[in-house]
Every structure is written in C-alpha cells, then in structure tokens.
Design a protein around this ligand. Structure first.
Ligand SMILES: Nc1ncnc2c1ncn2[C@@H]1O[C@H](COP(=O)(O)OP(=O)(O)OP(=O)(O)O)[C@@H](O)[C@H]1O
Ligand SMILES: [Mg+2]
Length: 391
C-alpha cells in the first residue's frame, strides 16, 4: 500500500526530563546571550557575568544548558563542566568534575588546535564530559575532597588556556545548593577569578533560587544576567511539535498540529509527550493527521495527569485545599497572590501562609518575579479545577 511506510522508524520525540529534543525550538535570546558571553571571554579577554536560567519544571532549563554546551564545543572547542547540584555536594562534585575535564584537556597537546586536530566535538563533550545521562561518575574520594575547588579551577583554567581553549561551567538545579555553598562558590568565582579568564558560567534553577536573593545570594549571582524561561510562544511551540515529524519524513498536517497544541499549550514537556503519542498513533502512515491526534489524545492526557497527580498526592489535605483555592483564584487573576488565595479560602493571609510556604518548599508552587503564585508544572491549575476534590 502506498500509504504504508516500509520500515519502522524510531520515534523522534523525547518525552522526559533532561532529554535533548530532536528539534530545539526558540530560546534564541538566551542562546544569543550565551554566544555573546563566550565571544567576550574568548576574544576580548574579559570574564563575562554568569547567565542564570530560571523557570518552572519541564520548560527546558537543562536542555537549554545542553544547547549552550554544544555551542561552546562547536564554536570555540571549549569543554563543559556540568554539575547538577545536590544539597551539600556542590563544591566536591564541581572539584572532581573540573579535574576530569583537566585530564581530558591534558590528553590534547597544546598545538592540537593549530593543527586542526583533536577538536572537542559536541558529541564528545556529551559523551565524556556532560553529566547528563551518564558520563563521568563522581566518586567520593578523600584525597579529592582535600583539594580545594579554588586550586582545581586554577589548574584547569591554566591547562585550558595553554591549549587556547576556555571553559563553560553549567550548574543545574542550583536551588538545591545551600546558602553556604552558594557563598563558597560565589567567593571562588568572584574573588579569585582574575579578570580575563575565558570562563563562562551558566546556571539552571527553579524560581526558588530567586528567593535566595536579597542578601542571601552572593553578589556574584545577584549581578548575573537573569533569564526567565516560560512556556514557548506559539510559533516556537509549533516548530517544536511539527519539526521532529517533518525531519523524520512523516509530516503533521496543520490540523493535527493545532489539535495537539490545544492539549500541550506551549509547555515543552507536554509538546514532546503529545508528539510522541501522535507519532505512535500514526504508525505505518506517511503523515500525522488530525485523526491520529484525536486517537492519541487519551494517552497524552493520561500522561500529563500523572505528572499533576504525583504532586497532588504529595500534598496534605490542608495543602490540597490551598492548591484548590489557588486554582480557583487563577480564574479571576492570571497570577494570584497569597491574598487572593486566602480570600477564596475565607481566611486571613497569615492563617494560611504556612501552607503557601510548605508548598513552595516542596516545589509544587512558586512565586514569580512579580509576586504572583503559580503552579510549578504548567497546566496543573487546569487539572485541579477539572479533577481534584479537596478533602
Ligand atoms: N526549546 C525546546 N524545544 C523543544 N523541546 C524542548 C525545548 N525545551 C525543552 N524541551 C523538552 O521539554 C522536556 C523538558 O526539558 P528539560 O528537562 O530541559 O526541562 P527543565 O526545565 O530542566 O525541567 P526540570 O525543572 O524538571 O529540571 C524535554 O522533553 C525536552 O526535550
Ligand atoms: Mg532540568
């Protein structure tokens, strides 16, 4: 049958956290800012301000850091040191990873670059340096922990500069680091980094990192270039959704794109989920049609519901009441504050602020830059209004 593809094609969508998409859409402003920081560091002999990407879960902070890492490798042959912060482990992990990258750089002779050989490619960086999805495992080694971060950074930078390279440092989930660790890191990066090191620092974090501002964040991070990641605007969401299908020679019809976008909104995680199930529903066909999108709908909805359900089940009965009130308040205010939520509950703000604080600490809700309260997983307010019953 002409309509039937002859062989099984792998699904080009990547539903899951930390999964680099086949088509990375939008975020141009951030990529430009990172590109500029690397140019400044590589060619102007100035160490640029760090970049900080904040946003709720699943908007693409980690994969954007990955894109920046690819650019560092492709444009400048810079390696990346990637660390996912865990409470209490930041300094040690960073030290160990710096050392691993130094060893890798030492494997290159200083003249490799001039000869055009042994360039660190994006693929190699992914496979051997980036911590995402494997790579270098960190072992707690007592001799390592004695070696200070400061000394290791200095040694690694020296080796990098001898090889006419620089270094990209990506620090993900930085909200997990304690205030003491952030200050230690800020101290090393701010006070001990000489002006002119080719070092670029890019951070990914939940919006709660902002809460550590106002005195509690080291000046180094406060004066950083902050970027807020939100859901993707329409045209970028369309590109993220239809791009992988197009590239895999099973294009989506315009109607299918619209039907799937209605389910996912511009939420990048949901876009990958929607694409994934629509691809599956169109198995063996040469295009993804609206009919396939409709067939995929229950699975897409069930997958996203699971995400919301796990957050809901993690909440106490009183916290669920607060979440229900927040979802109700969203109908009259796009980003309601604590006062609006308390009004729905018919309580004083101070009587329920402990619920708000607990939910923020759990990472179920967050406060945006303007003081509004939001669900950390886009679409959850809608889900709460549809399905959840306060107990
Ligand atoms: N710009 C983009 N274009 C296409 N897909 C994207 C984009 N950004 C993110 N995604 C997809 O969204 C999903 C979530 O991305 P990612 O894990 O980077 O989010 P995150 O913000 O780091 O989430 P978390 O806060 O949970 O760590 C992945 O499936 C990824 O492929
Ligand atoms: Mg992430």
């Amino acid at each position: 049958m002409a309509e039937t593809a002859s062989r099984r094609q792998p699904n080009p969508y990547r539903p899951g956290f930390n999964q680099a998409p086949m088509v990375f859409a939008g975020r141009q402003e951030i990529l430009d800012a990172a590109g500029e920081a690397m140019e400044v560091a590589a060619f102007d002999g100035r160490t640029p301000r760090p970049l900080i990407l904040v946003g709720p879960r699943g908007v693409g902070k980690t994969v954007t850091l990955g894109e920046i890492s690819h650019a560092a490798a492709a444009q400048h042959s810079w390696p990346t040191v990637h660390v996912e912060a865990t409470a209490g482990g930041l300094t040690e992990t960073l030290t160990v990873r710096l050392r691993a990258v130094r060893s890798l750089l030492e494997g290159r002779t200083p003249t490799d670059r001039q000869r055009g050989g042994a360039r660190i490619t994006g693929a190699k960086v992914q496979a051997s340096i980036l911590g995402v999805g494997g790579g270098i495992e960190v072992e707690r080694d007592t001799t390592e922990s004695r070696r200070s971060l400061d000394a290791e950074l200095r040694d690694t930078m020296t080796v990098a500069m001898e090889r006419e390279a620089g270094l990209l440092l990506t620090l993900d989930e930085l909200q997990n680091a304690s205030s003491a660790e952030l200050h230690a890191l800020g101290g090393v990066l701010q006070e001990n980094v000489p002006e002119g090191w080719p070092l670029v620092v890019a951070v990914g974090a939940l919006p709660s990192l902002r809460g550590k501002r106002s005195g509690r964040l080291p000046t180094y991070l406060e004066r950083a270039e902050w970027h807020t990641l939100e859901t993707l605007p329409g045209s970028d969401a369309r590109a993220a959704l239809s791009g992988p299908a197009e590239r895999s020679h099973r294009p989506m019809t315009a109607e299918a794109v619209e039907a799937l976008l209605a389910l996912s909104g511009g939420y990048p995680y949901a876009i990958q989920v929607a694409g994934h199930f629509a691809w599956r529903a169109s198995h063996g066909r040469t295009a993804i049609t609206e009919q396939h999108a409709r067939e995929a709908e229950p699975r897409i909805v069930a997958d996203l519901d699971q995400l919301f359900l796990s957050r809901w089940e993690d909440a106490s009965p009183r916290e669920r009441e607060y979440l229900t009130a927040l979802a109700a308040a969203e109908l009259s205010h796009p980003a309601p504050n604590g006062g609006h939520v308390a009004a729905v509950l018919d309580e004083r703000v101070t009587a329920v602020s402990y619920l708000r604080d607990r939910l923020m600490k759990k990472g179920t809700i967050y406060r945006d830059g303007a003081g509004g309260l939001r669900f950390i997983t886009p679409g959850m307010g809608d889900w709460v209004r549809r399905t959840a019953n306060p107990r």
